[in-house]
Design a protein around this ligand. Sequence first.
Ligand SMILES: NC(=O)c1ccc[n+]([C@@H]2O[C@H](COP(=O)([O-])OP(=O)(O)OC[C@H]3O[C@@H](n4cnc5c(N)ncnc54)[C@H](OP(=O)(O)O)[C@@H]3O)[C@@H](O)[C@H]2O)c1
Length: 308
Amino acid sequence: MKRRTLLSGAATLTASITGALATMRGAPATAQPLSPTPGGNNALESGAKTMSVEGATVLVTGSNRGIGLGFVKVLLGRGAKRVYATARNPDNLPDVIALDPQRVVGLELDVNNEEQRLAAAEAATDVTWLINNAGTPGTFTAEDRRIASASTLDDAKFVMETNCWSPAELARLFIPIILANGGGAITNILSVGAWFCLPEYTSYSMSKSAAAMMTAGLRAELDREPVLVSGVFTGGVQTRLSPPGYTGGVSAVDHGLEVVEAMSQGVTDVFAGGGSEAMRAQILQDSQAFERGVIERFHTSPLAIAPF
Ligand SMILES: NC(=O)c1ccc[n+]([C@@H]2O[C@H](COP(=O)([O-])OP(=O)(O)OC[C@H]3O[C@@H](n4cnc5c(N)ncnc54)[C@H](OP(=O)(O)O)[C@@H]3O)[C@@H](O)[C@H]2O)c1
């Protein structure tokens, strides 16, 4: 009874917020959930802007391994003019450059390092597409990935810096460059972890949820500019972030192919990787039941490694 009252109260609140927004737009009220609740394409004019790999000059952060390396391979395969493959440790770059020395330019870039961000923007003045991929799940110390149990919030703040503030700083640096080159795209690699809080990885969920809102804010600001701003709610991809024995993920190359295909269609909220679409449907169906399941699992058999 109490639960039903709570649910109907939440539904009323959502309906009134949605109604107010719709009235502001002069459109009829609908019951669409708000981002980062997984609601689909948020841009009203979704599909109006598209981004093709062919001829694009793309900067990928964290491109030395995993999903970032998958992007480099897909971009080269689909006809990118140039790819700036960036990594915080330049020793990891020769193998990436060797994929196509004519088109791959290696750059040292720790996304949290302001000097290196500025140097990248000075070097890569022909960029038309920024892919903010670099990210961290946080410390190996489980308690410090949470809030109440953390010894300090230092690691949580570092996760927020890496996964949200630094991509935002890079977007700020590269927007004028992309515009000067005639327009293009900014693609932020988020996570299904943006849609709910996984208590074993609270700081990660916080950072990806914040980054989803950052992405939505950028999209609004750039609505009248020729820049497609998209967030990728990545599900399972087989990388070193995958838990041992996890087989539900797609390969980094297949994830990259899904994303570039979505960009070519102007998709703003991309569901890529294993289970993304299914999880979205599950949360949309009953977000409170989903959260209850997560809480129960956290108290009975907490995840040692996050499935994202
Ligand atoms: N794998 C999944 O299932 C999954 C699911 C959802 C979302 N994601 C997201 O996908 C992105 C890539 O993750 P991944 O799975 O490919 O993991 P990964 O294999 O661990 O790769 C992470 C990449 O980010 C780089 N990186 C971390 N901090 C950095 C910093 N401060 N500056 C520059 N580069 C930095 C890493 O560099 P080093 O090699 O130097 O550490 C590495 O290249 C992340 O944003 C992650 O949150 C992954």
